[in-house]
Ligand binder design. Structure first.
Ligand code: BGC
Length: 751
């Protein structure tokens, strides 16, 4: 009791001091706003890309700024924010120099308002050379380890802040339910619970030390809202999402991240039901601000205001686009390549098309953000922060994350793990690629320029060779994903003769955003041909997939003995892959999406019952509607786990009570292993057709052979809720099933 009291006193004083700080920031911001001219205000709302102030613009290679261009931005146009790099990653020291020059300039402005710089550190600090890259969110989701998500995000925050940058355009909270979409790897996969749990964990990790601390950065949750479901699958093309679905699947991650205190939000470049989100007052004002209670800065995505005029065609002129977006609730425009925005915004205010109160509102939020990240106290790169770059403990976290991401999808006749005295032939375009192990946002936007990767980055060939010795490794192919040597079928046939087995490394090379658009999820024909040739050799084939989204392997899968899904797992991908293949690590990853068989079979695990039913002639039906190659949540281990029956604290859950569900898990195999227990519920009948099942909780444990552990889950009515026809999130009384592995139990919920 004493402790409870103490905690609540501490908590309330913390909240009080948080609120106090907000109040004082607000007052300070208001005092500054009173002194500001209109030009200074619109400048604060303007964000430009580094190329505008860099010597040579986009072609700049070394981070040298152009003094005249910098003056123009900061002094003449009073620009409040900058972002991005020009060509590629720069050293942490270069970044600090850049920040110093920018703030020197800002200190020469009338009001000395510091400039806020933002970068995309989405799986580690993308744009600083030598940074630690972790698995993309898709791989992090496969780990089912929220603790690891936090650790990775903490390192990211430190390496970003060490570069003098205090604003991270991450985490991506778009849900991965459209596998064609080129940003699928940036998502936490198809499930809402995983997305919202991991997304909130990342936000917390970026921010919890305090935004003004040398280990903290402001998070930017993106891309609000509904970006990930373009109907065509192509990036930035229209989505059609009924609000009931938007609220059920797309909004919860943002709600949770706002609760976790996310400082900023970036808006979806696309349109939903014909309304570009940058012009959608309902989503920005009514939902994000009022309903979710978001008080931070809303920033656009790249060029998205002008595109209301040039692409979406909802604004008849560039100025109309500005008026539309700002009146819809945008605070800052990632313009980012010219000065059109501040000029048009000024004009619009002077003409009375935008009220000064709206401008002040946006500027206040921006100034408060700058205060929160400590820029007003010290705008310059902090010495203590710089010390946190590249610490020796980071690679171990990257390795653990990559290992836990590894998802074993097939292990016929226990072919894996391989014994280290086997002679292996390694082939496939990903075998000698680094970029195909890291993917998007890796030292360059597209992730595909290997010269920028740290020198200790390994390819799969290198990692395996180091593990088993070069005498046991032969190779077909060469460097470069598209290198024709990778597809030399004759050589493959020849070299296979002296090998015990073939490790075939297929998948996708790095891509980001629109350049990653694809017409087809089938593996490129050359890769399929290579796989078929490997199978024809008669030697066992192990397939390693390094890919950002599922590419179909349905035709070749039956003849392949082992399949390891490796995603794009960052700097330690190769080591993690070879550790799993040769048994130095027991895999525990679980698929965060349903791996489809073909384009006509893209169905999510939390489908409706009618998606399960396949009607056939004569009123016969079967239940084969969910027919992925590998289902959501699938992943094998080198050991086995068994479950006790489920124990429920009651068969009735009333009102706001909690239901306790426990289960004992035993490692029934003969090696230690990590294992995630996933708890699903199924609403037997509901006013909106219920899902077949929904993931409600997951816990990951590590068990020694023969060891058992009891896991306890607490459910309440919120875990059973859904969005009803009136768009309310409610729990209806009725019967529910709980499903954990092969165990099932039921209970009744009543008011
Ligand atoms: C992407 C954003 C990113 C921004 C800045 C855009 O193209 O959609 O996710 O934060 O660029 O780099």
């Amino acid at each position: 009791m004493k402790y409870v009291l103490l905690i609540s006193i501490l908590l309330s004083s913390y909240c009080y001091s948080g609120a106090q700080q907000n109040n004082s920031f607000q007052k300070e911001a208001d005092a500054i706003i009173k002194k500001m001219t209109l030009e200074e205000k619109v400048g604060q709302m303007t964000q430009l890309t580094m190329a505008v102030v860099a010597k040579g613009g986009w072609s700049n290679q070394d981070g040298t700024l152009d003094p005249a261009a910098l003056k123009k931005a900061v002094i003449e146009y009073k620009v409040g924010s900058l972002l991005n790099t020009t060509a590629h990653a720069l050293s942490d020291e270069t970044w600090r120099n850049i920040q110093t020059q920018i703030q020197d300039e800002a200190m020469m402005t009338r009001l000395k308002i510091p400039v806020l710089y933002g970068l995309d550190a989405i799986h580690g600090e993308t744009y600083t050379l030598g940074s630690t890259l972790f698995p993309q969110n898709l791989g992090m989701a496969a780990t089912r380890n929220t603790g690891l998500v936090k650790q990775a995000a903490q390192v990211t925050a430190k390496e970003l802040r060490a570069s003098g940058v205090r604003w991270n355009f991450a985490p991506v909270l778009d849900i991965g339910r459209q596998p064609l979409w080129s940003r699928f790897p940036e998502t936490y996969g198809e499930d809402v619970l995983i997305g919202k749990t991991m997304g909130a964990a990342a936000v917390t990790a970026y921010q919890e030390d305090g935004l003004d601390q040398p280990t903290g950065v402001a998070a930017c949750i993106k891309h609000y809202l509904g970006y990930s479901a373009p109907r065509s699958g192509k990036d930035r093309t229209p989505a059609y999402i009924p609000e009931i679905e938007l609220r059920e699947y797309y909004l919860p991650q943002f709600r949770e991240a706002v609760k976790a205190g996310a400082a900023t939000v970036m808006v979806n470049s696309g349109e939903i039901n014909g309304v570009p989100v940058h012009a959608d007052k309902y989503l920005l004002e009514d939902v994000l601000r009022k309903e979710l209670g978001f008080e931070g800065v809303i920033v656009t995505d790249w060029e998205d205001i002008i595109r209301l005029h040039t692409r979406h065609l909802v604004a008849a002129s560039p100025r109309a686009a500005v008026v539309m977006a700002i009146n819809a609730g945008i605070d800052m425009s990632m313009v980012p390549s010219d000065y059109s925005f501040p000029e048009l915004l000024k004009e619009a205010v002077q003409k009375g098309e935008i009220k000064m109160s709206r401008i002040d509102d946006a500027v206040r939020r921006i100034l408060i953000l700058k205060m929160k990240v400590g820029l007003f106290k010290n705008a310059y790169p902090e010495k203590e922060a710089a010390l946190n770059f590249g610490l020796p403990e980071y690679p171990a976290i990257a390795l653990q994350a990559a290992r836990e991401a590894m998802t074993l999808l097939k292990n016929q006749d226990h072919i894996l793990p391989l014994s280290k005295d086997k002679k292996v032939l390694i082939a496939g375009p990903a075998a000698q690629s680094i970029s195909a192990l890291n993917g998007c946002w890796s030292y360059v936007w597209q992730g595909n320029e290997e010269q920028w990767y740290p020198s200790d980055s390994k390819t799969i060939v290198q990692a395996i060779t180091e593990k088993i010795g070069k005498d046991r490794v032969s190779i077909v192919g060469g460097k470069g994903f598209d290198n024709p040597m990778n597809y030399d079928l004759e050589q493959l046939k020849e070299k296979a003769k002296s090998a015990d087995l073939i490790i075939l490394c297929l998948g996708e090379n790095a891509y980001a955003e629109s350049p990653g658009n694809t017409r087809d999820l089938a593996l490129p024909p050359a890769q399929t041909e290579l796989a078929k040739a490997a199978i024809l050799t008669g030697k066992p084939v192990i397939l390693v997939l390094t890919e950002g989204r599922p590419r179909f392997i349905t035709d070749i899968e039956p003849s392949i003995k082992g399949i390891l899904m490796a995603y794009w797992s960052g700097r330690k991908s190769a080591e993690a892959i070879s550790d799993v293949l040769f048994g130095d690590y027991n895999p525990s990853g679980l698929l965060p999406f349903s791996y489809p068989k073909s384009m006509g079979e893209i169905v999510m695990y939390d489908r409706k019952y009618t998606e399960d039913v396949r009607e056939v002639f004569n009123e016969n039906m079967d239940w084969s509607g969910y027919d992925p190659l590998f289902p959501f949540g699938y992943g094998l281990s080198y050991t086995s786990f068994s479950y006790s029956p489920l124990r429920l604290s009651s068969t009735v859950l009333s009102g706001d009570e909690q239901l306790t569900v426990s289960i004992t898990v035993t490692n029934s195999g003969n090696r230690e292993g990590m294992h995630t227990v996933e708890l699903y519920t199924h609403d037997q009948y509901a006013s909106i057709t219920p899902s077949t099942k929904r993931l409600r909780a997951f816990q990951k444990i590590d068990l020694k052979p023969g060891e058992s552990r009891e896991l306890v889950f607490h459910l309440d009515r919120n875990d059973l809720a859904f969005v009803n026809a009136r768009l309310q999130t409610i729990t209806e009384p009725g019967d529910f099933d709980i499903l954990v592995g092969n165990q099932k139990a039921s209970f009744r919920y009543q008011y």
